[in-house]
Design a protein around this ligand. Structure first.
Ligand code: ATP
Length: 133
């Protein structure tokens, strides 16, 4: 029986994380889900949110933009548009992105509202995740 889970986080910008962990909690489109070794395989879409893993006494926290999670009995692969570990998030950049998105939402006739809403959600979630480090 597998005792560990391989967690692999990949984005178009490169490999963000690859290690054996004990458990994972991620933000699926249908809600948060947890994975332990020997989980039933499934595939799900991810929403903008947080992913945490535990490895012994260590906890890792990531910001994950939308993407996919493929869960197997001994491996979880995350394919995300972007992903950053909490201590790699530039809070000032996220605050600037939040302000920019808020300004755009005030001028909805000039900007794509769905795009600005998603940018705002990414920025707010990055700030939230960075504060957890
Ligand atoms: P911004 O407007 O600041 O670029 P964004 O939400 O549009 O924010 P993304 O398209 O999600 O940015 O990401 C583009 C790249 O920049 C990715 O590699 C992502 O990891 C990185 N990135 C974006 N914002 C931050 C941040 N606040 N801290 C660290 N890396 C970031």
């Amino acid at each position: 029986m597998a005792e560990k889970l391989k967690l692999d986080i990949v984005t178009p910008h490169g490999h963000v994380f690859n290690d054996d962990v004990d458990e994972i909690v991620a933000s699926g489109s249908e809600g948060e889900f947890g994975v332990l070794p020997e989980h039933v395989p499934f595939l799900t879409t991810l929403k903008i949110g947080m992913l945490t893993y535990k490895k012994g006494s260590e906890t890792g926290i990531f910001f994950i933009s939308s993407g996919y999670a493929e869960v197997g009995p001994d491996k979880v692969t995350i394919l995300a548009d972007s992903a950053e570990k909490s201590d790699h998030i530039d809070i000032e950049r996220a605050k600037a992105a939040m302000k920019r998105a808020e300004e755009r939402l005030k001028q909805a006739e000039k900007f794509d509202e769905a795009r600005a809403t998603a940018a705002l959600e990414r920025a707010i979630t990055r700030i939230h995740v960075a504060e957890k480090k």
